[in-house]
Structure formats: C-alpha cells, structure tokens
Design a binder for this molecule. Structure first.
Ligand code: PLP
Length: 388
C-alpha cells in the first residue's frame, strides 16, 4: 500500500464503485466502503481461508499503526488512543470509569443523540449520579444555558461534536473552557465530525473523545477509537478490563503471569482480542484521511454544500434548516419543504441516497461527492419544486 500513489481529490472518487450507480449523501448514517477497504479485507479473508499463518502480528501491528494515525488526526499523543468497537465504547469508559461520587451531576444536551443518553442514564443508576439536561435553543446546544445549569455538583458534560440531525457544530473551545473553569470533565461524542471537521483534542481541553468509524471515516461497522487524556488515565477505573490491556511485550508463549502491568497508555482499556477484519478494513480506510487531510476534506465538502445552499436559498419552495455560519456548519446540510415525505421518496427513486431527520432532509456531503452529484440533486429539487 505504501508505494501506491497518494490519493488526491482528482483520484479519490475512482476508489468508490458506488459512485457509478447512485448519488450517495448519507455518510452521517453509514459510510460506503472504498475499493481499498474491500481489497484489504478480501486479501485478509483469503489468507485466513488458506490458514497458513497466524495473523496476530498483523493484528497487533495494525492496531499500533491505527493508534498513531488517530493520534495525529485529532492532535493527541498515540498513547492517549485506544481502539474500541464504536462510539458507545468510549462513552461507557467515561460513564463508568470517571472518578465520580454519588450525587455528582452529569450534564447532557436535551437534543443529544441517544448513545450518550442511554449510557449515562444506566451509569447514573448504578453509581448514584444525577443526569441534568441542558435546554437547547433553536435546536442547538445553548452555551449560556449550559453555564446557567452548572451547579457545585456538576462534574461532567457529555456533548456531540456535531449534532446528528442538523449538523450543528458545537463550539468545543468555548465549551471546553467553561468545563475547565468549573472543574468539570469534558466528554465528546465525535462521530459526526470525525473525518470532516479538524480538531485538536488537547487544545480543546477534551478529557475523553469517542468516535465510531462506520460513518464519515468510511470503515466497517464495529470500528472506532477513543482518546483518554494522559493526565486522566490513572484516574479512570472502569468495571471492565481485559487481558490485552496488560503489557505482555507480545510474548504469548508463557501466559501464567498474573502480575503484568496494564499498558501505560489508553490501550489498557481495550476489550479483548481485535475484530481483525474490521481493523484491517479501517487501516485501509484511514489512508484517505491521511492523504487528503481533514481540513482539505472540509473545504471540499463545504464548497459543494455552498452550491446546494445557494440554490435552496433562492428557491421559494425550500428552506435551509441548518446553521451555515463558519463556526457552526459541518458536512451535514439540512433543508425542508412542504411535501417532505414525497420529496424524499422521489429522491430515493432517482437513486439519490439521503435520509429524513427531525422534519428535514439531511444531506451528508463527503470526499467522494462532486459537482455532478450536486447537479443531480439540484435537478431533482427543481423538477419536484416545479410541481409542488
Ligand atoms: C452523534 C452520534 N453518536 C453515536 C452514534 C452511534 O453510536 P455507536 O457508534 O456507538 O453505534 C451516532 C449514529 O449512529 C450518532 O449520530
């Protein structure tokens, strides 16, 4: 893989066979596989079918590489990164592992994706914590309402980087500073921004960052990672740990040692042996993000969204429902109109793949999209708008 040419925005679409048959605007639900992912997984499956060699060194090596890559992508040290199966894994690490005591408050947005809510509700019950919802304003996390909601008992804020239904990107810098001022842990569900919105977890004051990679990171379902700030690691005591969290120095010939130290890194929290096919697929997928750069991906996505937004803004039948200001927009664009369900059906009929969320059409624009995709969508909207 290392000697193949660097992927550029001119070449990237050719790695996505689906682009020949449809217009895909649905990475916020699930990302399509590239031919690189398919190739890497297929090759590995063939190797396992042949059963000629043990793949554990490939698995450990791939996991090592991925921790380093994710560290670079989010501005963390690689020892602050661990691999998990999804976003929920990292959220559970926070919910059950953070040093909290009965009566402590966990603040959540009242428009948060359910992943954080159900995880922290269960942890609250088990640990005697209190959940407090911060009231949103105009379907966005309201920073002033958050500050007002903080009490002496508030110890944690859990928040999405980008909101799943309208693409609103939270101002993590300001929010992180407020958390720091009030000595609160800052836990971020990053999945809807990871891969399209650059971030630096350390400069944002994030304590735990969790992201699945099955959406914008274009990896198999069952892939994800988490960040635990160095300063926090020793304070996190989750009710679950595993043998791969102990430092065996990769010597598995003699396993009757029960006094190995846990890794001096976030790897200590990883849960048992790897889903090897998944991490092989994820390694192939992340290459695009290394080659293109997340800031460039954002630029690409936003330029396509700008064209679509311009059309919608000037059409009396449609209305933009997402925030388009520089600090709060993302690669999720949403709009609405009167006959939304019919419009959605018509778009699907034309093989324009996207979803309805909370009264809007959600358009997820990503690195494989191009002007032709936007033209197809605009043409479909034009035809539908003419008859409605
Ligand atoms: C904000 C957000 N968090 C989490 C998830 C999913 O969580 P997990 O990766 O644990 O399945 C989604 C979407 O499925 C989401 O939009």
């Amino acid at each position: 893989m290392a000697d193949t040419p660097k992927i550029t925005f001119d070449s990237v679409r050719s790695f996505f066979p689906h682009t020949d048959n449809m217009t895909y605007f649905n990475a916020a639900s699930v990302g399509p596989f590239s031919s690189l992912v398919r190739g890497a997984i297929t090759e590995h499956v063939d190797m396992r079918v042949a059963a000629e060699k043990d793949d554990s060194h490939i698995a450990f090596g791939t996991a090592d590489e991925l921790r380093k890559i994710f560290g670079k992508l989010i501005g963390a040290r690689h020892r602050e990164i661990g691999l998990g199966q999804n976003t929920t894994f990292g959220l559970n690490l926070a919910a059950y592992g953070l040093p909290l005591k009965p009566g402590d408050e966990v603040l959540l947005s009242d428009i948060e994706f359910p992943a954080a809510v159900y995880t922290f509700k269960a942890a609250a019950k088990a640990r005697g914590l209190k959940i407090k919802y911060v009231k949103s304003t105009d379907r966005r996390f309201d920073v002033d309402a958050f500050e007002k909601a903080i009490s002496k008992k508030s110890r944690v804020l859990v928040l999405s980087y980008v909101q799943f239904f309208n693409g609103y990107k939270n101002d993590l810098k300001t929010i992180g500073e407020i958390c720091k001022k009030h000595r609160m842990f800052f836990v971020v569900d990053g999945i809807q921004g990871m891969g399209t919105e650059p971030l630096n977890v350390r400069s944002l004051g994030i304590d735990i960052f969790a992201s699945g990679c099955q959406k914008w990171m274009l990896s198999p379902q069952g892939c994800g990672f988490f960040y635990v700030a160095d300063e926090l690691r020793e304070k996190i005591i989750p009710p679950f740990m595993s043998w791969v969290g102990a430092d065996w120095h990769l010597k598995f010939t003699d396993l009757f040692y029960y006094d190995k130290p846990y890794f001096d890194s976030a790897r200590r929290f990883e849960m048992g042996y790897y889903a090897v096919l998944n991490i092989i697929g994820m390694r192939a997928a992340v290459r695009m993000f290394q080659d293109l750069g997340i800031a460039n991906i954002r630029k690409h996505d936003h330029a396509l969204i700008d064209r679509l937004a311009e059309y919608i803004r000037n059409h009396p039948y449609y209305r933009i429902t997402c925030n388009m200001t520089a600090g709060h927009r993302s690669s999720i664009f949403t709009f609405t109109c009167k006959d939304l369900v019919d419009l959605h059906k018509e778009l699907l009929r034309r093989r324009i793949i996207l979803v309805r969320r909370e009264g809007s059409i959600r358009v997820s624009v990503h690195l494989y999209n191009n002007d032709t995709d936007v033209d197809r969508l605009i043409q479909a909207l034009e035809d539908f708008g003419r008859n409605h």
